[in-house]
Design a protein around this ligand. Structure first.
Ligand code: HEC
Ligand code: HEC
Ligand code: HEC
Ligand code: HEC
Ligand code: HEC
Ligand code: HEC
Ligand code: HEC
Ligand code: HEC
Ligand code: HEC
Length: 244
């Protein structure tokens, strides 16, 4: 009797084991609650065959990190032209699709221009202002539509090549009439105001400017005269006036 009992034990054990195996296999077919593994099968993973992730029916120790599978050997990985990025695929991608990635700049490497060159990512359009390749001097990573500032150390060309009222602010309608280069008078790129006019750079009758619209003109109680201002005034100061 003792001998029989002893030989039965392994049989029962074997039976129990194969039973639990059968239950597991059936569960797997029915849709095992994968959520509890800490790696929910959502998005495209929902339709991936168990065996495409669990090689040789190995469950435990299956990689959890995207890049450990999506490396071009276990599962498709980054193509060679992929933007230079870290290996945390899910910073930018979801389990649903590789396209339409949200772009997280926090871990990008390299200067903006290495990507923003119209090959890897959106770059300057044909009508972009002439500038150096140091995009970061004027742009942030949120949007290209508004600049953070226009850093004039990164612009290329003369002031008037941009400041013509089309590409960038130009002379307004009441600007003093002049064909001179902007930087003959505007000595800073920080503000248009506060120019001290050097009269040797201007031509035309005094009254073409000194008419109370473009520049200081005669006050209402000014003595009545049709003569040009220069007849009685110098360009240094209105006073003293000389009445010939
Ligand atoms: C997209 C990949 C992927 C697919 C498809 C997938 N799994 Fe998993 N599975 C994992 C990962 C990752 C783990 C977590 C492994 C770990 O924590 O060690 C896991 C864990 C498991 C575990 C638990 C292992 C343990 O002992 O902790 C079981 C059981 C399992 N999967 C069964 C299945 C079955 C059945 C299917 C098919 C219906 C399936 N898996 C499909 C990736 C996948
Ligand atoms: C355990 C391995 C494994 C892990 C971890 C894993 N995947 Fe996958 N994934 C796969 C496999 C296998 C496929 C199916 C690939 C195929 O058939 O082309 C797949 C498919 C995909 C697809 C669909 C691809 C397509 O062409 O439609 C996307 C998107 C995806 N995974 C994103 C991710 C992201 C994001 C992560 C990290 C959060 C991740 N995967 C983690 C194995 C894994
Ligand atoms: C810093 C962000 C970022 C990271 C990190 C990142 N990607 Fe991408 N990925 C992108 C961008 C942006 C695209 C282009 C998306 C588009 O064309 O809609 C892209 C495209 C792709 C594509 C091609 C999509 C297609 O069909 O055109 C695949 C495949 C891909 N990534 C896989 C990966 C894998 C695998 C990882 C991790 C090893 C990863 N990516 C990490 C941003 C990232
Ligand atoms: C000197 C400043 C400056 C530099 C440097 C600069 N930009 Fe710009 N960028 C601008 C200005 C100004 C606009 C117009 C947006 C506005 O009106 O605020 C603009 C607009 C854009 C736009 C949207 C409209 C368009 O013209 O396409 C893109 C895209 C852009 N820049 C990309 C770039 C890239 C890429 C670089 C680096 C290779 C770069 N920019 C360097 C000033 C600059
Ligand atoms: C490693 C590559 C890479 C680098 C470096 C990089 N970017 Fe990007 N950037 C991308 C990709 C990819 C996108 C999303 C796809 C696209 O817009 O072409 C993007 C999107 C953007 C957008 C949003 C564009 C839009 O219209 O939605 C801005 C703005 C931007 N980047 C600015 C910058 C600036 C500024 C720098 C430098 C400080 C920079 N990027 C550096 C790859 C890069
Ligand atoms: C490549 C184009 C470009 C060139 C060259 C250029 N600028 Fe600008 N500048 C801009 C843009 C764009 C702005 C901002 C938008 C605007 O004012 O229209 C700007 C803004 C300014 C401002 C206003 C600053 C503020 O914050 O109010 C001044 C002043 C200025 N520029 C002066 C100059 C002067 C002077 C020169 C020549 C030495 C010059 N710029 C050359 C494109 C240019
Ligand atoms: C001969 C000198 C001279 C030249 C050349 C000149 N400006 Fe001016 N500009 C002035 C003076 C003077 C003012 C008035 C400054 C003030 O009110 O503080 C002025 C004012 C401006 C203002 C208005 C500031 C405001 O908000 O009222 C703008 C814009 C401007 N200039 C743009 C230009 C541009 C663009 C050029 C070149 C295409 C240019 N200027 C060439 C002398 C000049
Ligand atoms: C192209 C336009 C222009 C012409 C031409 C011109 N001026 Fe001026 N003048 C200005 C501007 C602009 C200022 C400074 C702003 C203001 O006073 O309205 C100025 C300032 C002055 C001042 C004040 C100087 C000070 O520092 O207090 C005097 C005086 C003056 N002009 C006299 C003259 C006389 C005289 C002539 C003719 C010989 C003349 N201007 C021709 C534009 C002109
Ligand atoms: C015939 C001579 C004459 C002519 C021409 C003339 N002025 Fe005068 N202007 C005077 C005299 C005189 C005064 C008063 C001086 C005094 O109060 O000591 C004066 C005063 C002024 C003052 C006031 C100075 C102050 O601070 O009180 C301004 C401004 C002025 N003139 C502008 C003009 C302008 C602009 C023109 C040309 C459009 C012009 N003047 C033409 C003789 C003239």
């Amino acid at each position: 009797m003792k001998a029989i009992r002893l030989s039965l034990t392994p049989i029962l054990l074997l039976l129990g084991f194969s039973l639990s195996f059968l239950v597991q296999a059936a569960d797997a077919k029915r849709g095992f609650d994968h959520f509890e593994t800490g790696f929910p099968l959502i998005g495209k993973h929902e339709t991936v065959e168990c065996s495409d992730c669990h090689f040789n029916s190995q469950f435990k120790g299956t990689p959890l990190v995207c890049s450990q599978c999506h490396n071009g050997s276990r599962a498709p990985g980054k193509h060679p032209q992929h933007v230079n990025s870290s290996n945390f695929c899910d910073d930018c991608h979801s389990d649903y699709t590789w396209t339409g990635a949200k772009y997280d700049h926090s871990d990008v490497q390299g200067a903006c221009q290495t990507c923003h060159n119209n090959v890897v990512a959106i770059g300057k359009s044909a009508s972009h202002i002439q500038s150096t390749a140091i995009c970061e001097d004027c742009h942030n990573t949120i949007t290209f539509d508004r600049v953070s500032r226009v850093d004039h150390t990164a612009v290329i060309g003369t002031c008037e090549s941009c400041h013509n009222g089309v590409i960038a602010t130009g002379k307004h309608a009441h600007h003093i009439p002049t064909l001179s280069a902007c930087d003959d008078c505007h000595l800073t790129t920080l503000t248009w105001l506060g120019v001290t006019l050097d009269h040797s750079t201007v031509s035309g009758a005094c009254s073409s400017c000194h008419n109370n619209v473009i520049a200081t003109g005669k006050a209402q109680d000014h003595l009545i005269t049709t003569e040009e201002c220069g007849f009685c005034h110098t360009t240094n100061s209105w006073l003293p006036a000389t009445t010939p």
